[in-house]
Design a protein around this ligand. Structure first.
Ligand code: AMP
Length: 357
């Protein structure tokens, strides 16, 4: 991991009036660039094998410049080139996934947020330690497949975006579904309920609104993912019957749908965000910026959180022009713009070092 002192030294040499916001040309880059432009920053697209012509169709989100790299190693080896442009990288889900934790940690370029979160986030067990110790309810774990007596979700470690999961209702189904060539997996209770992906933002520098730690939490939006094929499978009738035709449910994310939650659940939403942040401050100095609790609300109105994402998630994309929640903070504010605003405010307050690592 690049030591924080090194990053603080780097930003000392940055011209505060000439900062460039950069991100990988994928995932949530449209709102990151659009938001950065609205806040008056220069923008830089970073591309490895991403196609970039589609930006021509979206002038308000097209980065001022795009630079291409031969591989993700170049983000580490060509760091000086990025520093020379006073770059602050805004990492998104794909950025970290494609780069891999090691390279992402080694990159000697200031990045928005606290990179120390990675070692708590990358593994399901450490996530569970963090979230459960913050009082968050998570789906029950089943240690031994022979104990499967109700629907479970089997998750291969490293599986992302709903790929690499399968549902089993008993041990026999587990044995039929398990791919023994995969390294390791976890089994957890399949929580029946409705899914809410809660998009929060923690600012350590703005003690206003809903106060937490040294700053405050905002709730910017919520989505539900479109998942193929499970979301449409019911149209074909009973799943058991379909299996005979080789059709199995899958949970591959294909898009995002905006949602709002019952207003009476909002207090609980904030309490969960608050305890996750407070615990993160104790464990590793605190998560900074956007994060998402991926939750299921049962018919008892209990929340079960099956995952945390510690940066901007693709579920914020339906809200480039604001959401029913962010509009009550500042109309039209996207998560992408909120990140740029935080950087701008931190620069103006002389506290940039508190929001980058
Ligand atoms: P993930 O990759 O952890 O975000 O999960 C992918 C999808 O699997 C989610 O969007 C949910 O639809 C579903 N899922 C994950 N964990 C559970 C669970 N314990 N119970 C029910 N559905 C789940």
């Amino acid at each position: 991991m690049v030591p924080k002192n090194k990053i603080l030294d780097i930003i000392k040499d940055y011209d505060p009036k000439d900062i460039t916001i950069a991100t990988l040309c994928s995932h949530t880059s449209l709102q990151i660039f659009n938001g950065a432009k609205k806040e008056g920053f220069k923008t830089l697209g970073l591309a490895v094998n991403q196609k970039t012509k589609f930006y021509d169709a979206f002038p308000l989100a097209k980065p001022d410049e795009i630079i291409r790299f031969d591989s993700y190693d170049d983000f580490v080896t060509r760091a000086e080139e990025l520093r020379d442009r006073n770059v602050i990288i805004v990492p998104h889900g794909s950025f970290v996934e494609y780069m891999g934790t090691e390279r992402f940690e080694a990159m000697e370029v200031p990045t928005f947020g606290n990179r120390a979160v990675l070692k708590w986030e990358e593994d399901r067990e450490t996530q569970r330690t963090w979230l459960e110790s913050a009082g968050i309810q998570m789906p029950r774990r089943i240690a031994d497949a022979k104990d499967i007596t109700e629907p479970v979700l089997v998750k291969y470690n490293g599986a992302k975006g709903g790929r690499g999961f399968f549902i089993a209702k008993d041990y026999l189904e587990f044995k039929m579904g398990i791919d023994l060539s995969q390294e390791s997996y976890t089994i957890q209770e399949y929580v029946l309920g409705t899914r809410y992906y809660l998009h929060y933002f923690y600012s350590p520098i703005h003690p206003r609104g809903y106060r937490v730690g040294t700053g405050s939490i905002e709730l910017l939006s919520m989505d539900r993912r479109d998942e193929s094929n499970i979301d449409e499978l019911y149209k074909l009738g009973a799943t058991e019957e379909l299996k005979k035709h080789g059709m199995f449910p899958s949970l591959v994310v294909t898009g995002n749908i905006p949602v709002v939650i019952r207003e009476s659940l909002l207090s609980k939403v904030f309490e969960m965000g608050e305890s996750v942040i407070e615990r993160s401050i104790e464990l590793f100095g605190g998560l900074i910026g956007p994060f998402c609790l991926e939750s299921i609300v049962t018919d008892k109105l209990d929340f079960k959180v099956f995952e945390i994402s510690c940066r901007i998630v693709a579920g914020t994309n339906p809200f480039i022009t604001g959401s029913p929640y962010s509009d009550l903070i500042e109309p039209g504010m996207s998560t992408g713009q909120r990140i740029a605003r935080e950087i701008k405010d931190a620069v103006a307050m002389g506290r940039l070092g508190e929001v980058v690592s």
